[in-house]
Design a protein around this ligand. Sequence first.
Ligand code: 3Y8
Ligand code: NAP
Length: 243
Amino acid sequence: MPKLLILGGTTEANALAKAVAEQGIAAVYSYAGRVETPRSQPLPVRVGGFGGPEGLAYYIRENAITHVVDATHPFAAQMSRNAIEACHTTQVPLAALTRAAWKPQPRDVWHRVPDISAAVDALAGDPQRVFLAVGRMHLEDFAAQPQHYYLLRLVDEPDTLPLPNAEVVVARGPFTEADDRALMQQHGTQLVVSKNAGGSGARAKLDAARALGLPVLMIDRPVLPKRTELSTVAQVLDWLSHP
Ligand code: 3Y8
Ligand code: NAP
């Protein structure tokens, strides 16, 4: 009987958790503990880091995990690297449940950059009204460009802000194009900064930017080492049943 560890925190991880629970497959859903109240799951949940790849290998052995599915966000690169290492050490099969990167559509005006620090550099210049929709963890990096008016969308109310001219909207996705368009019009947004997360949960701001004819500063996702990559819940269930 398999016992699955789902490294979660995304829309796709949540869909997998639902399917696994419905099939009665033994599984644990893991959060990093980044936000105050993570979404509840139909599976037992564990919260917090494992303590590096060694800690994850220990957890896998201690809990007799037979399969690991890395369904974390494409920017959760450290977790994904650790999963590859720990599953190699423990010889437990690993598959990633990933979503394709977004591709610009005909009317999109994207300026692509390779990573967050390149996005910060690209913001040099005259003050603009920027919708910075990259979350909380890298806000300090953008303090290098304090001249802009920033609209920030965060999952939790921040205690301090490293940006002098910023307004916070506390919201968790998935978002809708209509709401994102209204938000951006209300704030007079001139530029959207986005991670290339892929999937459906965060793409509303891109559809809204296209509708409003606004440019997007698109941050490419980190490159990860080779691993088995699946793109649907059905593929994961099939992978689970063919050891
Ligand atoms: C803790 C667990 C669902 C899953 C919801 C997805 C979609 C909505 C869109 C914008 C972009 C951003 C951010 C975002 C989205 C989904 C998915 C996704 C982007 C939760 C969640 C956790 C997190 C962590 C959080 C990060 C932050 C990133 C906000 C749950 C709600 C910006 C990524 O305050 C913090 O510390 C937030 C940290 C990592 C990135 C950052 O650098 O700040 N996600 N997001 C997970 C854990 O503890 O392990 O409660 O559901 C999950 C979701 N966030 O079906 O409801 O699948 O991507 N999450 C990005 O894509 O750019 C918001 O505002 O337009
Ligand atoms: P990260 O930078 O790759 O990971 C940093 C450390 O956080 C990891 O080494 C691990 O700690 C711990 N960690 C990360 N994900 C974990 C999980 N699911 N369960 C247990 N520990 C985890 O990760 P991140 O970018 O901070 O993302 C954290 C969580 O938010 C993940 O669940 C991810 O799916 C979700 N998320 C992230 C983004 C984003 O933009 N980064 C967007 C949406 C959702 P140890 O080394 O101690 O094990």
